[in-house]
Design a protein around this ligand. Sequence first.
Ligand code: B12
Length: 301
Amino acid sequence: MKKTILSTADVARLFNVTETTVKRWANEGTLKCMKTPGGHRKFEMKHVVEFAQSLNFEPVGTLSLTNEDTLAERIQVGVLSRDFTILKNAFVEKALAPGKKDLFSYFSYLYQHRIQLWELFDLVIGPGMTEIGDRWARGELDVNAEHRASYETLEALAKLQTQISAKQRKNGFRVICACPGEEQHEIGLRCSSYVFESEGWLTHYFGARTPYESILNGVRTLKPTAVCLSITTESDDKKEIEQLHGMLKDLHDLQPNILIGGRAVHSNGHALLEYASLYHSSFELMTAIQKLEMKIEPRSN
Ligand code: B12
């Protein structure tokens, strides 16, 4: 059965209620329905999603998917049952679809349908990009597909920003976000900067490949509350490691709160800990930001 149209039994199973309850919701008009010529109630998936959202009902049951279900139908099921594997797979499919520019609509749809920012970053985009990288490593994807997927993700995230920053008023805290040195991997940094913005921080986004000296100069002139660094590429080059540590030491002396995250934190963790707090996810970042806000007063200028 196509999953955009649900029967009374489907909806009852989904919310773990009786069919009589579903019929009551339909009769009251709380849950929109249509009737077949034979008098059976049928429910459109989008109305069920809206219904669950408006009443904060958590679907406890699941809807199984078939090969016939379209991508849009799978996404609706994923949103309704908060199945992040479905949502991650849909991201991969969309990010790799040549010439399709609808990644932004997808992110925006998720954001407007109870998927929180950290969930979008940690449970959809993060694992989705890892899968794309793995497929490339197995020789299943041309490198241009990986590049295009990264580019389109960054572009879609940039468009999503207008929806995020409108959510909260500025709270007086400021952060510099940068990928230090030669670091090109920027998607995690973009995600982190939006977590700050969603919490009402003003972000100075320096982006990928920011020279160490520029980060230090930025801190001297902008005097931010915090510096958020995203580091992905691991290095075993002694000179490079020394330079990074040198920059972190200088940064530490300037006394902003330093937060470092990204893939390299897993391996380089101990060495970096001397100068900064290390994080692995947007979820951890949210908690860290809230703790910081309690600890410090915003600067007025
Ligand atoms: C996309 C990608 C690229 C793109 C980047 C495009 C861009 N503009 O960002 C391009 C094609 C440019 C690229 C280049 C390279 N890449 Co690359 N790339 C990837 C890939 C496929 C996905 C990375 C990604 O975007 N993930 C999605 C984001 C959302 O995840 P994330 O960064 O981890 O961020 C999450 C958390 O870590 C956290 N987070 C991140 N930052 C921060 C910061 C703070 C403060 C906090 C709290 C949290 C936080 O929150 C995020 C959300 O959950 C990975 C594959 C993989 N398995 O990771 C390889 C990968 C990272 N690349 C790799 C390599 C080797 C390279 C190159 C060296 C290849 C080459 N030979 O040229 C170059 C690097 C050049 C350089 N100096 O940086 C390796 C790194 C291996 C290693 N041990 O270092 C990987 C792992 C692939 C592999 N399996 O070998 N890459």
